[in-house]
Design a protein around this ligand. Structure first.
Ligand SMILES: Cc1ncc(CN)c(N)n1
Length: 221
């Protein structure tokens, strides 16, 4: 029997839990996160999403048949048409207009994470790129579920509810499930040696996600 995404997650269990249950996520769920932290995170996430859309564009480019091409194109559309649209509207509600984001300098956490993923895509195969992208797409679906089921989560009258709803939304959850199925099918065919390489990529991307949350927290200190 071959590998699947759960095996990748299990191989990096500590880093994965540190990402999903990061203090930023806990505070956001409990509505104790400082607005300064969240605003900084939101602004950098706009820049992040642009580069991630480029990375999905690279996955489209690297696709070898119509099935792969359609799959990556669907994820690209989820980011550009759904997530970025909601994100821009959401920023506006926080008093951040899109024009002000055009000249925003990239934080080094944004640079490190986005360029890492693009580099995985350029030097590796399509699977390397998908594995580097997985903590982003699949991780946020899990973060939204974790927040929702956590006993400390505040559900009414919180400035963060709309953000949580964005990632609980069926469209987003469906895109994450679709990606999980795609990865499960590809990982089933890889050798143990290749799987070890993919663990390294997955772990690095997961750590870069945690660093991105931490950047938000640090903005308030
Ligand atoms: C840093 C980061 N990681 C993941 C996502 C969810 N696509 C996001 N918006 N921002």
């Amino acid at each position: 029997m071959g590998y699947c995404l759960t095996d990748l997650i299990n191989a990096c269990q500590n880093d994965w839990r540190a990402y999903i249950e990061h203090d930023f996520v806990r505070q956001l769920g409990a509505a104790t996160l400082s607005e300064e932290s969240f605003r900084h995170y939101l602004k950098q996430d706009y820049l992040f999403l642009i580069h991630f859309a480029r990375a999905w564009g690279l996955a489209v480019y690297k696709s070898r048949d119509m099935t792969e091409l359609r799959h990556s194109l669907d994820s690209l559309k989820t980011i550009v048409d759904t997530e970025m649209g909601l994100h821009i509207g959401y920023c506006r509600e926080w008093g951040i207009d899109e024009e002000s984001l055009h000249d925003l300098p990239e934080a080094h956490e944004t640079l490190a994470y986005t360029r890492f993923v693009l580099d995985c895509g350029h030097r590796g195969e399509l699977l390397d790129l998908h594995v580097a992208l997985a903590p982003c797409l699949i991780g946020y679906a899990e973060v939204a579920d974790w927040i929702t089921s956590h006993p400390q989560t505040v559900t009414s009258d919180t400035p963060y509810q709309a953000w949580i709803d964005m990632y609980r939304d069926e469209n987003y959850q469906q895109a994450a499930r679709r990606e999980r199925r795609w990865l499960d099918a590809r990982l089933a065919e890889v050798s143990p040696r290749r799987f070890e390489q993919l663990i390294t990529t997955f772990r690095d991307a997961t750590r870069l996600e945690s660093a991105f949350w931490q950047m938000g927290l640090d903005a308030a200190s």
